[in-house]
Structure formats: C-alpha cells, structure tokens
Design a protein around this ligand. Structure first.
Ligand code: SF4
Ligand code: SF4
Ligand code: SF4
Length: 162
C-alpha cells in the first residue's frame, strides 16, 4: 500500500471509530437522536441549561448539555424541550433519560441491616422496592429522574449511561 493510501486508510478508520464511539454523557430528556447534540448545540447559547429550574443541565467543554444529578433530579417539567430552538429536545420525545440507576448492595447500609429510607422518600415513581423494610432495589418504574442519587448518605446509588 502506498504512503498516501495508508494515511487515507488510517484517517478513515479513526473517523469511523469516532462516529461509532458510544454516548458517554447522560443527556437531557426529550431527545431521540444523540448525534444532534454535537451537530446543533455548539451554535446555541445553552437555553436548556438556563431554563432548568433545578439546575441539573450543565454545559460540557464541547458545548453540549449533560445532566448532573449531584444535587438534584429531573422533574420532567418540559421546560428544556420548550426552550430548545434547534430541534435537539422536542416534546414528542418525552421519555426516560438515557441512564440506568442502580443501588450498589455492597455500599447500601440497608443491605447491612441498618434501617434507611433516604432514597425511597424522594422517589415519586414508587420505583424502589424494599424487602421487609430492608434490601432496596430499583424496579422498572424508574424513570432515571435521579432524585434519589444525592439523597443517599453513603453514595450507594450509581447512574450510568444506558
Ligand atoms: S437548548 Fe437545545 S440546542 Fe441549545 S444547548 Fe440545549 S439542547 Fe442544545
Ligand atoms: S425536564 Fe425540566 S427538570 Fe428535567 S432537565 Fe429539563 S428543564 Fe430540567
Ligand atoms: S429510583 Fe428512579 S424514579 Fe425513583 S428517584 Fe431514583 S432515579 Fe428517580
């Protein structure tokens, strides 16, 4: 293979790998096409983050929005979708956030026999099951709203990109 062909082939595989790179950020709700965040958001003045009353939408260095559950959760209030002028967030895509929320049993004090309902209280979806008041686990009702995450006193609730 000639030098030029080799470079061209390498460049094309790097580009392909970048395109195939899985989504790393937990994105705001109301989105159905993750590629739009990079295509459209850099031209926007971060309206979604400005209108979010619970202040969970942050803007990354690449000028795309992501969710930060370290202090609060999403109320699915629609405001970010209503504010987005670029078609990235739209009401027709009202759905769960692209995340899976899990209680880690090794860290959870309730799994060690200590009574604790810190995560259950803020969960409006009845998505946390307790077995005889202990051993909580998250069920299919979970909307990944993230409200339980910051309430856990031992950071036993983890969120990952789905
Ligand atoms: S309002 Fe829409 S276009 Fe602007 S940063 Fe948020 S998602 Fe992106
Ligand atoms: S739906 Fe409301 S609370 Fe949730 S991220 Fe959008 S503006 Fe924030
Ligand atoms: S279990 Fe799911 S629905 Fe309930 S507060 Fe936690 S993230 Fe929200």
């Amino acid at each position: 293979m000639k030098r030029r062909e080799l470079f061209s082939s390498l460049a094309s595989s790097v580009k392909k790998a970048a395109q195939e790179k899985p989504e790393q950020q937990i994105r705001p709700p109301y989105n159905n096409d993750a590629s739009l965040f990079h295509k459209e958001c850099p031209a926007c003045d971060a309206k979604c983050a400005t209108v979010c009353e619970v202040e969970i939408i942050k803007i990354a260095q690449d000028a795309t929005p992501y969710l930060d559950f370290s202090k609060n959760g999403c109320t699915y209030c629609d405001d970010c979708a209503l504010a987005c002028d670029f078609g990235v967030l739209t009401l027709e895509n009202k759905k769960q956030i692209n995340a899976t929320v899990t209680i880690h049993t090794e860290e959870c004090v309730s799994w060690e026999g200590v009574m604790c309902f810190s995560c259950k209280d803020p969960c409006l979806e009845n998505a946390i099951d307790f077995k005889a008041m202990f051993m909580p686990s998250i069920n299919d009702n979970c909307t990944a709203c993230g409200f339980c995450i910051s309430r856990c006193p031992v950071q036993a609730i983890q969120v990952e990109v789905a």
